[in-house]
Design a protein around this ligand. Sequence first.
Ligand SMILES: [Zn+2]
Length: 223
Amino acid sequence: MATISQNIFLTKKEKLKCTSCGKKIPVGKSFVAESENHKGTCFYCSPFVGYVMLPSGDVALTRRSKKYSTLCGVVLVWNQRRKRYERKGQLVEQIAIDKARLECEKDQAARNLKNKKAAVVRAHKDREYTFNFAMAIRNRYPGCPKDREFEIAMHACEKYSGRVGRTADAKKFDSKMIDLAVEAHIRHEETNYDDQFGKGKGKKQIRAAIKPDISSIMKQWKQ
Ligand SMILES: [Zn+2]
């Protein structure tokens, strides 16, 4: 049976009251939320008294200790900079942590190997993706100088690493994405764009000035 999870907010406002004992919950203290919005109890009226805090970070330990605990309280703390609650850890039973830790120790080697293999597969996929992106550039810009497609693809894939949709199929590369990568490359490699900064002109102005040069090179490369 899956362990029931409950959110525990470390409060950032003073207005919250415990629905059980009626006491105000001081800022920064635990507010154990019930299913309904803005309703919940203080820590002492919650079922988590006696539970132990397991900080976030170890994925396997987190998952397993939750599995073995009767309840799991997800402790959330407000991040002012990002304007959102973030996971700090979870409250679970000590016995669940002990059991999970034992299990993790037992298969640590196997999990390390699995992670290593996954990293190798990811690196291989990244290379395949870059190669296919280069092919797509060559297709769309057949007049592009020799081997330049690889330079552009590598740079773009580095820059957008993890952000671009990882379709390894060259036919599925978006033409707009290709154009942007080629345009950025030409701007830095084929124009005097980078030398124009610090001479009193703004970025917008510089970009506008070199736009015709870029367009004309892109046209040449398309043929
Ligand atoms: Zn209370």
